[in-house]
Every structure is written in C-alpha cells, then in structure tokens.
Design a protein around this ligand. Structure first.
Ligand SMILES: NC(=O)c1ccc[n+]([C@@H]2O[C@H](COP(=O)([O-])OP(=O)(O)OC[C@H]3O[C@@H](n4cnc5c(N)ncnc54)[C@H](OP(=O)(O)O)[C@@H]3O)[C@@H](O)[C@H]2O)c1
Length: 265
C-alpha cells in the first residue's frame, strides 16, 4: 500500500512510517522543514532498501502546500491508500490568559486548520481515485477531558473528534473512509519536556508517565495494524482505552513499571 503521513520526521509520525515500511508498504514523509524531510528520507531509504520512500516539505495549515503534497504523493506513489493526519503541536503549557497569541494561533492552525486543510484536499482526491482511507490524530481533550494549562491544545483536539465525526457521516456510502487515531501517551518530544523545562512537578509527572505512557515502538505497531485492517467509515483506533487506564493504575499498586529510566529520562 501507499501511505502519506504528515508530521513524520520525528515522534509518532516517524514511528508509523518505520512500521509501515517494515511491513512492506511505501511511504511519503513530510513536515515543515525541508532539511528534516531530506534527512529522514535518506535514513529510511538506508534502513528499508527496496521500499519506496519519498518526502515533501509541507505546512499542513497552508492549503497550497497540502495540495502540492497530495500531487507529489500521486506522482511518486501512483495512488494514496492511507493518508495519516498526524502533524500536531502542543504549544505553551500555561494558563490561557498568559499564552502568547502567536503560540495560540500556531496550535490552532496546525492541529485544527491543518487537519481540515488536509481532509479538504485528500477527500476529493481519493474520491477521484475511487478508494482511500484517512485517519485524523486525536489527543488530550478529544474525549472532553479538561486540564488547566492545556486549554488551547485540548480545544483543538476536542474539535478534531467533532470534525471527524461530522465528516465521516458525510462520507457514508462513498469510496472514501475517514477514521480516528488515538495513540495514548507516547514518550516523544511533545510529551517529555527537555531537562531545563521540567520544573518542580517533574517527579510527580514522571510517576504518572511510568504508569500510563508507552514508547513509540510499542504503540505504532498497534496503530498501523488497526489502520491496515480498518474497512469501515468512522473506525476508531485507540490505544489507551478507559479499561487499560484502570488496569494500569490497579497494576501499579502491585508492580512498579519503569519505562522512563531505560530511556535516560
Ligand atoms: N506524544 C503524545 O503523548 C501524544 C498523545 C496524544 C496525541 N498525540 C498527537 O500525535 C501527533 C504526533 O505527536 P508527537 O508526540 O509525535 O509530536 P512531535 O514529536 O512533536 O512531532 C510532531 C511532528 O509534526 C510536525 N509538525 C508540527 N507542526 C507542523 C505543521 N504545521 N505542518 C506540518 N508538520 C508539522 C513536526 O515537524 P516540524 O516541526 O519540522 O514541522 C514533527 O515532525 C500530534 O498530533 C499529537 O497531538 C501525541
């Protein structure tokens, strides 16, 4: 199959790309920075000889750039079977009234406008090729949960669920399928702050992460398997379910889980 993943030069997006390639699929890499795209493409080509790995820089909030990414994907891959709207940012973690307006706009543009632009471009394209699946990446807030200092990020991810629900209903009976992806808590640059930014609550956060978080290598095989198997419209592929959360907390009373130390965190 031919896969396009936005925001795939690091973190979950890169993990998804590696997992698809390892299973024999071809991939188009993307993020805003052309140098990062080129470096990622060349390292994946080295690790997966025989597979087709292409790349194109694209800011998902820019309609013209998304259109170019779609066209480049068609010309490199021939068709697009799965398009993953993974690109995202968390922005400043602080009370809403203190968030710099520019930071707020960037988060909304990437997480919400970007998802909309990509769906706007890809749905007609897949309709024309008569097949294709799109997955929109959820995050904290998608289920309506609220946390202080995550107002903007949570609002965008809550809206992503609404948007995906609304558009997937519009796609019923068409050859284009739209679904949800939810990775849980994954140890990437987005989730783990750099040492200088960890602050006084880091010990408490570390405890929490050791119970609920997972590595990219643990979560991406599950997400990829789910996307490949998904046949329905509105399918949801969610790693950290309520049941899994309850089980992790229960188990933590009896068995200490430590996934951060081996990563030097
Ligand atoms: N990590 C978690 O625990 C977690 C939990 C739930 C949901 N998620 C979601 O999963 C997705 C990936 O997260 P991650 O943890 O892997 O983040 P990450 O490590 O920060 O990677 C984000 C990727 O998105 C790209 N990106 C950022 N803004 C972009 C834009 N406007 N246009 C195109 N690409 C852009 C970045 O590259 P450039 O900066 O070079 O463009 C990078 O490749 C996000 O949607 C996030 O909200 C993550």
């Amino acid at each position: 199959m031919n896969i396009v993943i936005t925001g795939s030069t690091q973190g979950i997006g890169l993990g998804l790309a590696r997992e698809f390639l390892g299973r024999g699929h071809d991939v188009m890499i993307s993020s805003r920075r052309a140098e990062a795209v080129a470096a990622t493409v060349s390292s994946l080509q080295k690790d997966f000889p025989g597979r087709s790995v292409n790349g194109q820089a694209c800011d998902v909030a820019e309609y013209v750039q998304v259109q170019k990414l779609w066209e480049q994907a068609l010309s490199s891959l021939g068709s697009v079977d799965i398009w993953v709207n993974n690109a995202g940012r968390d922005g400043a973690k602080m009370p809403f009234f203190a968030i710099p307006p520019e930071d707020m706009i960037q988060t909304i543009n990437t997480n919400l406008v970007g998802i909309m632009m990509c769906n706007r471009v890809v749905i007609p394209g897949m309709y024309q090729q008569k097949h294709g699946k799109i997955f929109n990446m959820e995050g904290f807030g998608s289920n309506g949960m609220v946390r202080p200092t995550a107002s903007v990020y949570g609002t965008t991810k809550c809206a992503v669920r609404y948007f995906t629900k609304a558009v997937s209903q519009e796609l019923n009976g068409t050859p284009v399928k739209l679904g949800y992806l939810s990775p849980g808590m994954v140890l990437t640059d987005m989730l783990v702050p750099p040492p200088e930014a960890r602050g006084k609550n880091w010990a408490q956060s570390r405890k929490f992460l050791n119970i609920l978080a997972d590595t990219v290598e643990t979560v991406t095989p599950f997400l990829v398997e789910g996307m490949l198997r998904s046949e329905g419209n509105g399918d949801a592929i969610r790693w950290l379910t309520r049941r899994k959360i309850a089980w992790r907390f229960l188990a933590s009373r009896f068995r200490k889980r430590d996934i951060l130390s081996p990563l030097g965190l």
